[in-house]
Design a protein around this ligand. Sequence first.
Ligand code: NAD
Length: 259
Amino acid sequence: MVQALNGKTALVTGSTSGIGLGIALGLAKQGANIIMNGFGDHLGAKAQIENLGVKVLYHGADMSKSQEIEDLFAYCDHQHAPVDILVNNAGIQYVANVEEFPVERWDAIIAINLSSAFHTSRLALPHMKKQNWGRIINIASAHGLVASAQKAAYVAAKHGIVGLTKVTALENATSGITCNAICPGWVLTPLVQKQLDDKAKALGISNEKATELLLGEKEPSMQFTTPEEIGELAVFLCSKPANNVRGVAWAMDGGWTAQ
Ligand code: NAD
């Protein structure tokens, strides 16, 4: 099989779990070497990616801290693994009304879900410009296009990252560097499992019923998007035919934002 991304290096932030891991696996299947990042035990996920025959590095930078992001890029340089493909995926969630939203949670969500993508992009672009090729994929959300109550910081950060995506795409529009956003609806990862568990507990209902309510409220297809499907879209955005896809916020949300 021809592996379209042979010889490329992809940094996927927050790739120890969920969507980030799905994307890392998708890119690795196409031959890309992977720089993993994220919290928790990374060894199982690392072995899973390595099984695909690519080189995998790991750096545990906290994406809320610009100095640690700079350390991550210094580590990539030191390992002779400059970033050709940047996937800004690390993210967290917190749910509360605006007047009750803990200031510290607001700051953390803006730092991790939005500002980190500015820092990684500014650090990745010089190498991409030098070789006149690069791919930046920002994992936004349906919440980058529309809002839900009680998600002020998340919705603000995701709308912000859609804006950052457009600016980055425009600044590099005549080059071989593209920047696009993927906007998933519900994906069954630890981040959403927690919201499901909270819903089931609050309403005193089963997990199955809570899933039905969660999907029914927003997602006409009544199905979760999978990390593997998002990985395949990321592979497409890295491909040659996607060369002129620039600055889009690509919904993958079962019809959520079509309503
Ligand atoms: P997840 O909780 O499974 O994974 C989040 C990843 O980010 C983990 O690897 C975690 O360790 C990492 N992370 C968290 N804080 C970090 C920090 N400070 N520094 C470095 N890494 C950190 O969540 P997920 O559902 O896979 O979410 C991934 C991305 O997809 C997020 O940006 C999220 O907003 C977005 N998203 C998720 C859904 C969904 O339904 N799950 C929908 C739309 C968008």
